[in-house]
Design a binder for this molecule. Structure first.
Ligand code: SF4
Length: 732
C-alpha cells in the first residue's frame, strides 16, 4: 500500500470512486426501537455524527415532537463503536444554547469594538458579494483567504475555488499536527492519519511523549489503548506532568520540559549500539542507517540524563524494553506537536525510532489503513485555472499545506502578495493562533472579514459580517470518509431537526453567495440531501442505507506487512529515510540534532497547556451541559513550590508573561504533586473574552493571552507555543 502526503492529498475532498462498497450490517434494532416502543408517530431516531471534536463519532439522535431529547452512540461507527464521550453526550447543550448566533449581523462599528445591526441573509450576503467583487478586481482572487476548522468547511473551500482562490489554511496544521505529519512524511513518505493508525489494542509496548490521550477523550483511540493495556501491554509516558494517561503507566518519566529530543536521540543511540533494532526490516526497507549511527554517537545516556533529568539507567531500561518487544511497539506520534520550534525534527526522531524497531506496518505498531471513497458531485464546471502569483510559504520548504502563519504575515505586510479578505469558518482565531496582537493587526489591515460560526466566540467581535451557521444537529454537511484498520467508513451528517432561529447550513449559505457572485453553475444542488444523494448515486452507494444507518463500512485487506503485501514508501528513495537527503538539500539537518532551549528566567515557570476531557476549547466552553461540570480552568502548581510561594489550594492568582503581558482575569490555584516545579499547567480554551458567550465569559484565564512568543519551525512553518514563561502574581 502507499500513503503519500502531498498538498493535493490534503485538498482532495472525496477522491475517485473505489469499487465494491460492501453492504454494511445495519444498526441493531435495540438502538432503533425507542420510537416503536413508545408507539408514537412523532418520535424518531436519526443517525448523524458528532462535531464537538474532529473525531466525528457516529451518534443516533432521539427526536420527540421535533425536539432532540437524547443522543446515543451509533454502534456501526468506527470512530465511536456505539459510545460517545462526555462532550459528545452534550449535543443538546450545543443545539439549544440560548447564546447561539441567531441572525446575520453587520458590524456598523469598528473591528474589535463592534456595533451590531441585525441583517437579512440577502443584505448580509449582498454586502459580502459586493466587497468580494471589488477585492478581486483590485488585488486578484488569490487575495481572499479561508481559515477554517470543521466538517462544514468543504463548501467554503468549493466557493473559494470557484471564485478563483486556493488560499485556505487550517490552524490545525501550523498550530497543531503539522510538525508531526511532516516529520513522518519526511521519514516514511506518509503521515500517521487522523484518526491515527496506532495498533494499540495489539501492542506489547507503548511509549507516549507529552500526549494527552484520555484527556483528549478521542473515543475509539481511548478504547484501543484500554484494550491494549488490558491485554498486557506495558506503557511508558514521558511528560513533565502526571497526566491521566501517565497515571495508568508502568513508567512515568517526568522529563524536564523542552528536552524530549535529547531523550529520543539517546534511545536511538542505545537501540543501534546494543543491536536492539530490527535488522532485517531496516536492511530491507530503510536507507541512511550508517549516517544515522554516526550522527547520534554524541547522545549517550549519561549526556541525556544531564539534559532531561531522567536517570540514565531508566533511559537504558526503556530502550531495552522497546527492543525486547520489537516490532509490536507503538511509539505514539502525538497530535499537538507545535512545542518548541524544532518540532518537525522531534517528530522525525519519533519516526526514526519506530523505523528502527520495525513498527510501521506491523502488529501492535502502526497499521496500514483501509479507506473508502465517494465520487464528487457529477457535472460541476472546472474551477478557474489557478495561476499562483507568489507562494506564501516559500520560506518553509516543507509547508505541504498553506500555513496560517504566512496568511497572517501577508495580511500585515502585503508580502509576497497582498491578502485582503478572510472567511473565518468555525475557528476562534483568538485562541487557535498565537500572538493575538499580531492576529488583530492582520485583521485590521483587511478589506473584508467574515466570520461563519454557531457561537459568539471572541473572533466574532473582529468581523464585518457574521453569518450564523446552524449546528451539526440541524444540517447536512459533506460526506465524511475515514480510514481504519481493515475497514473504511462513509459517514453521513444529516439534520435531526430544522435549523433554529435564522441559522442556515453551509451548503445553503455558499450556494446563495455563489449565486450573487455569478457562480451559480458551481452550485446546482437543490439542497443538502440532493447533493449527498447525487454523490452516492454516482458511486453506486445506497443513499437510503446511508440515511438509515448513518454509516456504510467498506472492508479492506490486511493491515500489516505480509509476504504478499509489501509496503511502498512515498519518499524520493522509495525507502524509509533515516537520513533525509531532502532536508540536506535544503540546508536543513538530515538527521535530527539537539539544540538546548531557553529555560525559564528566575521567578518564572514554563507555561504548559492542554486539553480537558469535558471540553473541546471554543466548541464547548459555553455548553451548559458541560459548564455545569467544569466552568473554569485551574493553574496546576507543584505543591512544594506553591507552598514556598505562599500559595494555597483555591487561591486566585493572575499571571504575567516574559514580555510583561498580563492575562485578563484570574485563575484558581491547584497545588499538586503531579507536576514538576519548573512549569505550571492549565487547560486551554477558557478565559473567553466575548460577553456574548455568557457562561464562558471571564471564566479562568486564557493561556493564549500569554503566548506572545511563538517559535517558528523552519521546516514547515509551525508556530511553537511552549517557549513562553509566566510569573504568578498573588492577590488577584
Ligand atoms: Fe464527539 Fe466525543 Fe466523539 Fe469527539 S470523541 S466526536 S466530542 S463523541
Amino acid at each position: 500500500m502507499t500513503m503519500k502526503y502531498s498538498r493535493r492529498t490534503f485538498m482532495k475532498a472525496g477522491g475517485a470512486l473505489t469499487a465494491g462498497v460492501a453492504a454494511a450490517t445495519t444498526v441493531p434494532k435495540k438502538f432503533l426501537s425507542w420510537a416503536e416502543e413508545a408507539g408514537q408517530k412523532d418520535m424518531k431516531q436519526i443517525p448523524t455524527f458528532c462535531e464537538l471534536c474532529f473525531w466525528n463519532c457516529g451518534l443516533i439522535a432521539k427526536v420527540e415532537n421535533n425536539k432532540v431529547v437524547k443522543v446515543d452512540g451509533n454502534p456501526l461507527s468506527l470512530r465511536g463503536r456505539g459510545r460517545l464521550c462526555g462532550r459528545g453526550n452534550a449535543a443538546l447543550g450545543a443545539l439549544y444554547d440560548p447564546d447561539r448566533l441567531k441572525f446575520p449581523l453587520i458590524n456598523t462599528g469598528k473591528r474589535g469594538e463592534p456595533v451590531w445591526k441585525r441583517a437579512t441573509w440577502d443584505e448580509a450576503l449582498g454586502l459580502i458579494a459586493g466587497k468580494m467583487r471589488v477585492i478581486k478586481e483590485k488585488y486578484g482572487p488569490e487575495s481572499m483567504a479561508l481559515i477554517y476548522h470543521g466538517t462544514g468547511a468543504s463548501f467554503w473551500k468549493h466557493l473559494l475555488h470557484a471564485y478563483g482562490s486556493t488560499l485556505s489554511a487550517a490552524p490545525s496544521f501550523a498550530q497543531c499536527r503539522g510538525p508531526r505529519d511532516i516529520g513522518f512524511v519526511l521519514t516514511f513518505g506518509a503521515d500517521v492519519g487522523s484518526p491515527e493508525y496506532y495498533d494499540f489494542s495489539k501492542s506489547k509496548y507503548i511509549v507516549l511523549l507529552g500526549s494527552h490521550l484520555g484527556e483528549n477523550a478521542h473515543n475509539s483511540q481511548v478504547q484501543d489503548i484500554v484494550e491494549g493495556i488490558s491485554n498486557g501491554a506495558k506503557l511508558t509516558v514521558v511528560d513533565p506532568r502526571l497526566s491521566n494517561i501517565a497515571s495508568k503507566a508502568d513508567r512515568w518519566l517526568p522529563i524536564k520540559p523542552a528536552t524530549d529530543l535529547a531523550l529520543l536521540l539517546a534511545w536511538i543511540r542505545i537501540i543501534i549500539e546494543e543491536g536492539l533494532y530490527d535488522k532485517e526490516y531496516v536492511a530491507k526497507y530503510a536507507t541512511g542507517f550508517d549516517e544515522l549511527r554516526a550522527a547520534v554517537q554524541q547522545y549517550t545516556p549519561q549526556w541525556a540524563e544531564t539534559e532531561t533529568s531522567i536517570d540514565s539507567d531508566v533511559i537504558v531500561a526503556v530502550a531495552r524494553e522497546m527492543g525486547k518487544n520489537s516490532p509490536n511497539v507503538c511509539i505514539g506520534a502525538g497530535r499537538f506537536s507545535a512545542w518548541y520550534g524544532d518540532d518537525t525534527q522531534r517528530s522525525r526522531a519519533i519516526a526514526i525510532l519506530n523505523a528502527l524497531l520495525g513498527t510501521w506496518g506491523r502488529e501492535g505498531g502502526y497499521f496500514f489503513p483501509t479507506g473508502a471513497a465517494v465520487p464528487e458531485y457529477p457535472g460541476l464546471p472546472a474551477y478557474p485555472e489557478h495561476v499562483e502569483v507568489a507562494k506564501l510559504d516559500a520560506s518553509f520548504p516543507f509547508a505541504l499545506l498553506p500555513t496560517t502563519t504566512s496568511i497572517k504575515q501577508a495580511s500585515i505586510t502585503g508580502q509576497p502578495r497582498p491578502v485582503k479578505a478572510w472567511f473565518v469558518y468555525g475557528s476562534n482565531l483568538m485562541k487557535t493562533m498565537p500572538d493575538k496582537q499580531e492576529t488583530i493587526k492582520a485583521i485590521q489591515n483587511l478589506d473584508l472579514m467574515v466570520a461563519i460560526d454557531t457561537m459568539p466566540m471572541d473572533i466574532i467581535n473582529y468581523a464585518d459580517v457574521v453569518l450564523p451557521e446552524c449546528t451539526y444537529m440541524e444540517r447536512y454537511d459533506n460526506i465524511n470518509l475515514g480510514k481504519f484498520k481493515g475497514e473504511g467508513e462513509i459517514a453521513l451528517r444529516q439534520p435531526t431537526i430544522e435549523p433554529l432561529w435564522e441559522s442556515k447550513p453551509s451548503w445553503w449559505i455558499t450556494r446563495e453567495l455563489g449565486n450573487k457572485l455569478g457562480l451559480a453553475p458551481y452550485f446546482p444542488w437543490k439542497d443538502g440531501e440532493e447533493y449527498i444523494a447525487r454523490r452516492c448515486e454516482a458511486g453506486g452507494i445506497d443513499f437510503a442505507q446511508l440515511k438509515r444507518d448513518g454509516v456504510i463500512i467498506k472492508k479492506g485487506g490486511s493491515p500489516y506487512i505480509t509476504a504478499d503485501k509489501q509496503p511502498e514508501f512515498g519518499t524520493p528513495s522509495g525507502k524509509i529515510e533515516l537520513y533525509s537527503k531532502q532536508l540536506a538539500d535544503k540546508g536543513l539537518d538530515p538527521v535530527p540534532k539537539y539544540t538546548r532551549h531557553a529555560a525559564p528566567p528566575a521567578g518564572h515557570f514554563r507555561l504548559l497547556f492542554g486539553r480537558a476531557p469535558l471540553h473541546t476549547f471554543s466548541r464547548t466552553s459555553n455548553n451548559f451541559m458541560l459548564t455545569d461540570l467544569q466552568k473554569e480552568n485551574a493553574l496546576w502548581v507543584n505543591s512544594k513550590k506553591g507552598k514556598e510561594l505562599g500559595l494555597n489550594n483555591g487561591d486566585y492568582v493572575s499571571l504575567v508573561n516574559q514580555d510583561g503581558v498580563i492575562a485578563n482575569g484570574r485563575i484558581k490555584v491547584k497545588l499538586t504533586q503531579r507536576l514538576r516545579d519548573d512549569a505550571v499547567y492549565m487547560n486551554h480554551g477558557f478565559g473567553v473574552h466575548s460577553k456574548g458567550a455568557s457562561r464562558a465569559n471571564n471564566q479562568g484565564i486564557a493561556d493564549d493571552d500569554l503566548i506572545t512568543k511563538p517559535a517558528i519551525d523552519p521546516i514547515m512553518g509551525g508556530t511553537a507555543m511552549r517557549g513562553n514563561f509566566v510569573k504568578i502574581v498573588k492577590g488577584a
